[in-house]
Design a protein around this ligand. Structure first.
Ligand SMILES: [Zn+2]
Length: 339
């Protein structure tokens, strides 16, 4: 599981409500359930709605329609934290100290090594929140440099709103028609996972799911067919990558799980196999799948750096699946890496 920092905006009138809600999250069974890596939206929503009913006022507190996902983030944070610690609260006054615009103005004439030294010192000062906001000194350095560049190119930015005085509005979940068209065009009007290219079946997917903080912009979007998109679920998978990022296969989207949840689609076995294998590797690992007429063998060719052994462990199950569920004549499945 990858860790990341998220921020939730708390207003004066919602602060005590959030506090009450957070203190109520103590039930061990609830914490166990909410700590699971994969949770279905359908499973979470009824529970979230109950919390909103109990602790918040739908009309005044659901600012920017974020309350739902904010509560999910909070509960997941508490549940997944080893000590079930509560998320820390930082006031805006406190955040003033971390106003990059102010800092950038002070450092505008620094050389890069001087900047580097300054940022590292600041970052390591005990009791500061730099690490919470930026994770690494390098990220802070990049952020400071960006603001300095902005000041240099735009002249004085004192009139511009600072990054901390106003909350940035949440970008919309749904991409614009223009963005959708741009993504489909880039992806060749086909599902990046299985290759389906029927216009009516194509959807635009967030590579990093929106509900996990993924943003709606072209770089985080990809073209998937309805089936692949549904199966990808809340996993972060970039099907433009040919090399898996996993160090071991995940149980979610594993071969047994995928075969089990399979619903018969009227499509070629090769497409079904491509989809199952790509989901299994969490990337577009399949270079091609073909069927050898003389030996009744399905050959699966993987892009380099995806271990064939992962898949070969499930060879028997896969073969049985092709024979029984897909109804194909097959004696063997071979997995090799593309040369
Ligand atoms: Zn697909």
């Amino acid at each position: 599981m990858e860790a990341f920092t998220e921020f939730i905006i708390v207003y004066e009138h919602t602060q005590s409500k959030f506090e009450a809600f957070i203190s109520s999250i103590t039930d061990q069974k609830l914490l166990d359930e909410w700590s699971k890596e994969y949770l279905d939206d359908k499973w979470m929503q009824p529970q979230v709605e109950e919390w909103i009913d109990e602790y918040f006022d739908d009309e005044t507190d659901d600012i920017g329609r974020r309350l739902n996902s904010d509560l999910i983030k909070i509960v997941r944070h508490i549940a997944q934290d080893d000590l079930h610690s509560k998320p820390p609260y930082h006031s805006f006054e406190e955040r003033e100290i971390y106003d990059l615009d102010k800092i950038a103005h002070e450092l505008i004439n620094f050389s890069t090594p001087q900047l580097y030294k300054y940022v590292n010192q600041e970052f390591l000062k005990p009791g500061t929140l730099w690490e919470t906001f930026y994770k690494t000194p390098n990220r802070l350095l990049t952020a400071v440099q960006l603001v300095i560049n902005k000041i240099i190119t735009n002249g004085d930015s004192s009139k511009a709103p600072t990054s901390t005085s106003e909350p940035t509005p949440q970008p919309p979940r749904e991409p614009t028609e223009e963005e959708k068209e741009q993504v489909k065009n880039r992806d060749g009007y086909a599902c990046l996972c299985c290759g389906v290219n029927t216009e009516g079946k194509l959807e635009i997917d967030h590579i990093k799911p929106f509900s996990m903080g993924g943003k709606t912009f072209v770089e985080n979007l990809q073209t998937l067919c309805v089936i692949c998109n549904r199966r990808k679920g809340r996993n972060e998978i970039d099907f433009r990558q040919n090399k898996t990022k996993l160090s071991i296969p995940k149980t979610d989207l594993s071969i047994p799980k995928n075969l089990e949840s399979f619903t018969l689609e009227s499509e070629k076995a090769i497409r079904t196999l491509t989809r199952i294998v790509n989901l299994f590797y969490h990337c577009k690992a399949v270079y091609k799948v073909d069927w050898e007429v003389y030996t009744y063998t399905y050959n699966i060719y993987l892009y380099p750096n995806n271990k064939p052994e992962w898949l070969l462990q499930h060879k028997t199950e896969l073969l049985k699946f092709v024979q029984e569920r897909l109804g194909r004549q097959a004696y063997n499945i071979e997995v090799t890496t593309k040369k």
